[in-house]
Design a protein around this ligand. Sequence first.
Ligand SMILES: Cc1cc2nc3c(=O)[nH]c(=O)nc-3n(C[C@H](O)[C@H](O)[C@H](O)COP(=O)(O)O)c2cc1C
Length: 209
Amino acid sequence: MEFQSVIESTPACRLYRSDPVPDDVLRRILDAARFAPTGGNRQPVRLIAVRDAGLRQQLADLYLPLWKRFMERYAKAGVTPATSRMIANSDVMAENLAHVPVLIVVCAVLGDVLATDRQLDRLSIVGGASVYPAVQNLMLKARDEGLGTALTTLLCYVEADVKKLLSIPDDVSTAAMLPLGYPAQAFPKRVYRRPLSGIAFSDRFGSPL
Ligand SMILES: Cc1cc2nc3c(=O)[nH]c(=O)nc-3n(C[C@H](O)[C@H](O)[C@H](O)COP(=O)(O)O)c2cc1C
């Protein structure tokens, strides 16, 4: 695919077919993650491609109640499956997660994550910057191969359970879980995002480019 088209048309895919993902395709997608930048090139990312049906079911069982709780929060704000396609599709994804052929659990070796903002009196952001570029590489490569993904982080609430289930060592943390499979609907031509003028400035924050 043309590069610009890949980056403009990689959505959070929430409706999947259950067709298996061929091994060579899976390897190419995971391989793309390796080439992302990481602080000090310490490469803390580890990826677990969960294909075992029993394990997928157990991950799905952990995910569903977390999603339902999240959905309640949306509902209180008046956002429901009836008013938001995103919520409706996310609900379908949560209910059918066990049937997505691959669930990729993204992990990070915390000792290899450089977070230069750790001492600041605010939420640390930099640590994730050694992990999520790899996730984005993977998502873009999946799109290029005709497969959908969705970056999810709800399972981090129950990290201890996920670690036990997948034998993740003590010094390794979880960062995301991405379903991976062939989409049940056509990809959008272009995902909806703020215009460039809303996010990019010239010289000073807020000055038009
Ligand atoms: C940090 C982060 C966490 C997310 N967690 C979840 C999640 O737990 N479940 C989910 O369905 N989507 C999750 N998403 C996906 C977002 O909802 C999605 O990227 C956003 O709605 C844009 O969707 P689009 O690319 O289809 O326009 C997450 C995205 C990010 C970046």
